[in-house]
Design a protein around this ligand. Sequence first.
Ligand code: NAP
Length: 524
Amino acid sequence: MSVSAVVPAAVARPSRTLVCVPATARAPREMAAELGAAAALGADVAELRLDCLAGFAPRRDLPVLLAEPRPLPALVTYRPKWEGGEYEGEDEPRFEALLLAMELGAEYVDIELKVVDKFMKLVSGKKPENCKLIVSSHNFENTPSAEELGNLVAQIQATGADIVKIATTATEIVDVARMFQILVHCQVPIIGLVMNDRGFISRILCPKYGGYLTFGSLEKGKKSAPAQPTAADLINLYNIRQIGPDTKVFGIIGKPVGHSKSPILHNEAFRSVGFNAVYVPFLVDDLVQFLSTYSSLDFAGFSCTIPHKEAAVRCCDEVDPIARDIGAVNTIVRRPDGKLVGYNTDYVGAISAIEDGIRASQPTDPTTSPLAGRLFVVIGAGGAGKALAYGAKEKGARVVIANRTFARAQELANLIAGPALTLAELENYHPEEGMILANTTAIGMHPNVNETPLSKQALKSYAVVFDAVYTPKETRLLREAAECGATVVSGLEMFIRQAMGQFEHFTGMPAPDRLMRDIVLTRT
Ligand code: NAP
């Protein structure tokens, strides 16, 4: 397998990257309708995948598919099985169909590198001026070395291709950096994409590196290649029209990461303040390798989630002292000198949410934290538990830890110099009035919405109850705490605030509070 290469500097190209929607219907009229649907989405090109048509008859069906006026320029592909398509017949009829498509005015025709010589003999000067020939190579195993990819580009260029297309497969996200190098250095128009989840960023960031075209499906589940985004997401979520060489790249590093709502939140927030940046999911196996590959100033900041929050502490050049104590970094910012600085906005988000919840419900001294001097019980001793415990202690609270695994409760309690309890002891724990409770376990999280970490009877001892769980928005714990008269603070508030903290670290601007709240409450 090839070695990873550092991501290159971006490059400006005269034309913008086109968004192409594959049309994969089984019937010609449906496929023709897909062109109209793709145009309505704002795509630039539609790829007619002739190999998807059932009982395709070129002389009967191509005039329907390529009838003028067409809603979009057509890229005609008739992919054989041996190159990942569905066509199982001989090459000659396939070539004849592609030639006919050229004659009928197709703007692009795609032919595989493996058979391009044979195809060119048949075409022999019959290719119309306005038809561009894409010569393509697909690798469903891996992404070769930069040198091998360079040789492949040269080989395709030598065939007389108007456009080079290379699609490879990512086994790791760092493979994509080699494709970006190829895009940057190619002297002819090139489509360079890396398939599967680990190659996803190639589909979003290719405009930054001068890629000619990227594919987006008509709708979810209709993709023609692994991990292809929808055209709507390319255009509306990732703002692909605005991505250029100067666009800064941010994203969430995790594994898994595909479910994350952070791209929706941050891309829209960036757009609202006119910040030239895109936020993508990074599916990362090895954090050290990822950070040393995507090391240019263009990769300006990262959110970190499971399982990389702890490793992120070691990967940063500087770490905020409380984040270091907690042992978890959820935000990394690249300074202009290239150094990585780590923060933990989880604890800031949770603690400020609890403070503001208390301030809103009772008169408090504005000069000190309303947590100062209060007894603050944390249930859980994992990542969120540590964040809450250190954050509360920092504000002057007296922190108590209760956890299912008592040894872990003791370990965290020792670190913050407080007592540890078992969950059974917590049921009858009532040393004083006005206590604050923070649940940081997943108890009560969807789908186990009937579970709760503490009985309603025990909840009567608390004045304030916070739950880190935010699916559902109102957990059983919060509902019962409210019924007992406590001030309740939702985990959703923590989620919104940790994201706002990240936005401020990333952009240096105040977060668009109302917008981010609206997105979290209505779209995530
Ligand atoms: P974690 O590191 O895996 O820690 C999980 C903690 O929950 C441990 O203390 C564990 O106890 C305890 N626990 C798990 N299942 C339990 C059960 N059935 N009964 C009793 N205790 C149980 O997880 P984390 O990252 O801290 O996340 C914990 C929760 O916080 C999750 O629900 C997560 O979604 C939420 N969270 C919310 C936000 C937000 O923005 N609102 C941010 C971060 C996390 P043991 O030590 O005994 O295993």
